[in-house]
Design a protein around this ligand. Structure first.
Ligand code: ZN
Length: 134
């Protein structure tokens, strides 16, 4: 059964952002000269004003419970909001866990009120992601 085939798989869930942004910079990939902010502030609810880091953690905890109910081992990059994790540290957690899947949860915003819906991002085919691209 599909559930049985998932048993024993390892999924690392990364609830996007954290209570305090870290705008210091780090390379975008191993050996890269290009850098980006370690952890940007994220968006917030248009009506609720709830910050993204709170929503992503709540969603991630729900996802964790559902995956574990199907026999999947789940590791979270964070379980509280008061952390300081850059993208490198988050990736290292997934690599160290030998994750079968690394899922990053975000609730992105847009200044364009005509934009809505769900988006899924996956690794580009480049020298860093080539081994996991398929
Ligand atoms: Zn985000």
């Amino acid at each position: 059964s599909p559930r049985r085939s998932l048993a024993g798989k390892v999924v690392v869930i990364d609830p996007g952002h954290q209570s305090k942004a870290d705008l210091s910079r780090e390379p975008i990939g191993p050996g890269a000269a290009e850098t980006k902010e370690k952890t940007a502030g994220g968006s917030s609810g248009v009506k609720s004003r709830t910050p993204e880091y709170k929503i992503t953690l709540a969603i991630s905890k729900l996802l964790k419970a559902k995956l574990e109910a199907n026999g999947i081992k789940v590791i979270m990059t964070r379980t509280t909001n008061n952390v300081n994790l850059g993208n490198i540290k988050r990736a290292e957690i997934a690599n160290k866990a030998h994750a079968d899947l690394f899922v990053r949860i975000h609730t992105d915003g847009s200044a364009n009120i005509k934009v809505n819906g769900v988006s899924t991002l996956y690794p580009a085919f480049n020298k860093w992601a080539a081994p996991i691209y398929k």
